[in-house]
Design a protein around this ligand. Structure first.
Ligand code: IFM
Length: 440
C-alpha cells in the first residue's frame, strides 16, 4: 500500500460499506416482500433471475463479518437497514425480529470499537408500498419518515452517523427512466415524481431524526464525471445535461433550494404541483455530505426526445463491470461539492471501489487491480485535502462480494471473497494490505 493511516489528518475515518438487501439474506428473519424481489422475478431484468433471498447470509453470520471489519482496524461500518425487514408491509405492524437484528448489529459494532454509520434506505422498497405507486406517490415521504422514527427510536441512541437514502439518482433516474433497477419503469412523468419525492422523503426523515435528538446526519449521493465524447458544442451541451441530471439535481435541491435548468428543461412539466414549496423541507440542515464515486462517462449528443444524449465507450482501463477507471473524477467532485454546495460541511467518500474477477487459488485471493484502484483514488483524496477540502473519511465499497443488483452475484466488489456455494469468506490481498496500512 502506498499510504498509511498517519498520512491522513488526525481523526480521518476509514470505513467499509455494505447494504442490507445485498448481503443479509432477505429470506431470513421475517422480512416482507420488496420491489426488488418482484423485479428479479421478471424475466430479463436480472442475470439468471438471481435475488437477495440468501445473499451472503450476513443475517446468520453477523459476528463473523463484524470481526472481519474490526480485525482490519477500520473505524466505521456503513450499513443500511431494510425497510421491509423492520416493517414487512411498509407501514403498520413492525417485525420484532427485524428490530432485534439491527439492535444486535449496532451493539456488535460498538462492542468492537467500530462506529455505526446507518443508511435507512438502500433500495428495497416494501412491495405493498410499490403497489401504492412507490416513489411516484407523494405519501412516500410520510411513510418513510414513520419508518425512520420507528427504527431510530430503537437504535438511534447508538448510531454515530445516519443518512436517509443511498444514491437518490439510482432510486429515481436509474429505476424510473432507464428502467434498469426496480421498479423497472421507463416513464418520464414517473421519473420526475421520483426525482422530487426522493428528496422530500430525505427531508422528512432528517426532521424525524432531529426530533428525537439525533446528530451527525447527512446525505449520500452518487456521481459520475461527465465528459463530452467529442470536441463539439453539441457534445459539450449533452455532457452538461448528463451532469445536471446525474450530479447536480440532488445536491442543488438539498443545498441550494433549486434544480438545474438543463434538467428542468425536460422534467419540469412532469413535477408535482407546488414542488418549489417543498425545498423548505428538502433543505433541512445537514452535518455532512457523502460522495459515492466509481467512474466517468463519455457523452455524445443523440437525435430524438430530451435528454438527447447517449453514452460512448471510453478508452481507459475498465473494471469487471466495464466502468472506466478515472480517479481524477473523485478530485473533481470533492472540490466542486465543497465549493458549490458544502458551505464548510465535512465531506465523506461514502463509497468507492471496484469489481474484479477475483478467484481463490490455494486459499489465496490476489486482487492487485483493486489495490491499485484504491491507492489511485486515495491519492486524489489527499490532493483535495492539500487544497483545503474538508474530506473527513473514506469508505470502501464493499466489505464482501455481494448481490450486485441486476448483475447478480458474478461481479465481485468485496475486500473479502465470498464463495456463493459454501458462503465461505476469504479475505483478499487488498484486505490484508489495507489492514497493514490502517494498523495503529
Ligand atoms: O453495489 C452498488 C451499491 O449498492 C450502490 N453503489 C454502487 C455499488 C456498485 O455498483
Amino acid at each position: 500500500m502506498s499510504f498509511r493511516r498517519a498520512d491522513f489528518p488526525e481523526g480521518f475515518q476509514f470505513g467499509v460499506a455494505t447494504s442490507a438487501y445485498q448481503i443479509e439474506g432477505h429470506g431470513y428473519g421475517g422480512a416482507g416482500r420488496t420491489h426488488w424481489d418482484d423485479f428479479a422475478a421478471t424475466p430479463g431484468n436480472v442475470i439468471r433471475a438471481e435475488n437477495g433471498t440468501r445473499a451472503c447470509d450476513h443475517y446468520h453470520r453477523l459476528d463473523e463479518d463484524l470481526d472481519l471489519i474490526a480485525a482490519a482496524q477500520f473505524d466505521v461500518y456503513r450499513f443500511s437497514t431494510s425497510w421491509a425487514r423492520v416493517l414487512p408491509e411498509g407501514r403498520g405492524q413492525p417485525n420484532p425480529a427485524g428490530l432485534d437484528f439491527y439492535d444486535r448489529l449496532v451493539d456488535g459494532l460498538l462492542a468492537r470499537g467500530l462506529k455505526p454509520a446507518a443508511t435507512l434506505y438502500h433500495w428495497e422498497l416494501p412491495s405493498p408500498l410499490a403497489d401504492l405507486g412507490g416513489w411516484r406517490n407523494r405519501d412516500i415521504a410520510g411513510w418513510f419518515a414513520d419508518f425512520t422514527d420507528l427504527l431510530m427510536r430503537r437504535i438511534g441512541d447508538r448510531i454515530w452517523s445516519a443518512a436517509p437514502i443511498n444514491e437518490p439518482w439510482c432510486v429515481a433516474w436509474l429505476s424510473h427512466f432507464l428502467g434498469l433497477h426496480a421498479p423497472g419503469l421507463r416513464d418520464i412523468r414517473a421519473t420526475a415524481r421520483a426525482m422530487h419525492h426522493v428528496l422530500l422523503a430525505h427531508g422528512q426523515a432528517i426532521q424525524a431524526m432531529r426530533a428525537i435528538g439525533m446528530t451527525n446526519l447527512g446525505a449520500v449521493c452518487n456521481f459520475e464525471y461527465a465528459a463530452p465524447a467529442e470536441d463539439t458544442p453539441e457534445a459539450a451541451a449533452a455532457a452538461r445535461r448528463y451532469d445536471a441530471i446525474y450530479n447536480r439535481w440532488f445536491l442543488s435541491g438539498l443545498r441550494n433550494g433549486s434544480y438545474p435548468a438543463e434538467a428542468l428543461a425536460g422534467l419540469e412539466p412532469h413535477l408535482p404541483a407546488g414542488w418549489q414549496e417543498d425545498f423548505a423541507t428538502i433543505g433541512a440542515p445537514l452535518d455532512w455530505l457523502g460522495i459515492n464515486y466509481y467512474t466517468r462517462k463519455l457523452v455524445a449528443p443523440e437525435a430524438g426526445p430530451w435528454p438527447g444524449y447517449r453514452e460512448v465507450e471510453g478508452p481507459l482501463p475498465k473494471t469487471q463491470v466495464g466502468w472506466e477507471i478515472y480517479p481524477e473524477g473523485l478530485y473533481h467532485f470533492l472540490t466542486s461539492t465543497h465549493s458549490d454546495y458544502g458551505r464548510g460541511l465535512p465531506i465523506y467518500v461514502t463509497e468507492n471501489g471496484m469489481a474484479n474477477a477475483d478467484r481463490v487459488i490455494a486459499g489465496q485471493c490476489e486482487d492487485a487491480a483493486r489495490l491499485a484502484y484504491v491507492e489511485a483514488h486515495l491519492a486524489q483524496v489527499r490532493r483535495a485535502l492539500a487544497d483545503g477540502v474538508p474530506v473527513a473519511g473514506y469508505y470502501l465499497w464493499s466489505l464482501l462480494d455481494n448481490y450486485e443488483w441486476s448483475l447478480g452475484y458474478e461481479k465481485r466488489f468485496g475486500l473479502v471473497h465470498v464463495d456463493f456455494e459454501t458462503l465461505r469468506r476469504t479475505p483478499k490481498a487488498s484486505y490484508h494490505a489495507l489492514a497493514q496500512a490502517l494498523a495503529r
